[in-house]
Design a protein around this ligand. Sequence first.
Ligand code: ATP
Ligand code: MG
Length: 432
Amino acid sequence: MSQTLKAVRGTRDLLPPETALWNRIEAIARDVFARYNFGEIRTPVFEDTALFARSVGEDTDIVSKEMYTWEDRARAQSEKTQSLTLRPENTAGVVRAYIEHGLGESGQLQKLYYIGPQFRRERPQKGRYRQFAQIGAEVIGPPSTGSESPLRDAEILEMLATLLDELGITGWTLELNSVGSAADRARYNDALRAALVAVVGQMCADCQRRAVTNPLRVLDCKVPADQPIIATLPVIADSLDEASQAHFAAVTAALDAAGVPYTLNHRLVRGLDYYTRTTFEFTHGGLGAQNALLGGGRYDGLSEAMGGPKAPGIGFAMGEDRLVLTLQALETAQPQTVADAFVAPLGESLNPAALALARELRHAGLRVELGEGSFRLKRSFEAADKIARRIVILGEDELQSGILTVKTFSTGIQTKVPRAELAAFLAGPAKG
Ligand code: ATP
Ligand code: MG
């Protein structure tokens, strides 16, 4: 017997009615993005592996162990084999596109959002999948566009607060930090390295490696036993120069003015190499261990690191799977949507007429389920009762007279309705 095939570990099928929630989230996100004057960008799902190695950073978990990478065979002599990777995140692709299309040359600040799947070979658990979806945005442009301004940081954070509120996600926390400039970070890395000498021997193997390669990453460690040690390490705020301090103070002043609440988290350094200055994370208690709804920050050096022009920027990526989980936990998720009517043909010969009637009602904007004439009436009623508010019976008499029989399930009332009034009747309250 052949083995049944299943969705690959860490991937899953999204089915109705849950997909309605996904669509609602995406519709609200698109609406908010439009009001903040963002446009949509869609980049390829796979890219040259070198793109992620260069932008995300070789030493990150993402690049070192989570990427889906393969050697793509040449199909013709003119083609070379190429190392390709399913995108683990979307900022790299957006910035590549920004450089490739010379978007900075317009002299306009680029405000781009994306919604789509990302891929990471992680240990699957609740809120953590190997294919997951992110909703994200980037604000990027040459310095002349004001792309470095702390107002851009504050505006993005205020937009996120608005988006989460409009999604109905109550009780989020915004954690904020500044990782300063590259020079600030170099100073801080030295301070960390010095402080780690005495304690790193008691830490996890990853931290022992990080202490050598990139001490900043020690702060990202999730091993519980390491946490008390990490709490004793120096904080980056003490390594920021005056310009970085002033930038961060301007971000928080604008947030205060707009009434967006936040808490400072000195440990928030993000997992990626290109972040400068502002870093942030929105978390939610309803998520359990995987509590990050979204993360983001400023990446003033990324474009240049990728061989592009100077183009400071700031962005975020939000885990759509985690938005869904949060809304489900908050029980604000919509109940299963119910059809307005179930059209039940009485006998197979009435199937074509039933299709025509269903078409008429659907064109009038109603949500309609079309039954099957070979079903006995009892079976049609049972099917209709599960998925629709009303059943419309279409027999030979109804077809000839143009007067349809409608039963409303919530009241049990049966009504005769002329065909011309049917759509209006079905759109009315189910109590009628
Ligand atoms: P985490 O600490 O949870 O691993 P991260 O630092 O890897 O998050 P980012 O790379 O900043 O996360 O991605 C932004 C957001 O994308 C996260 O806050 C989270 O909501 C979501 N996300 C990241 N990885 C996954 C995953 N494997 N499955 C589902 N959502 C994810
Ligand atoms: Mg991760």
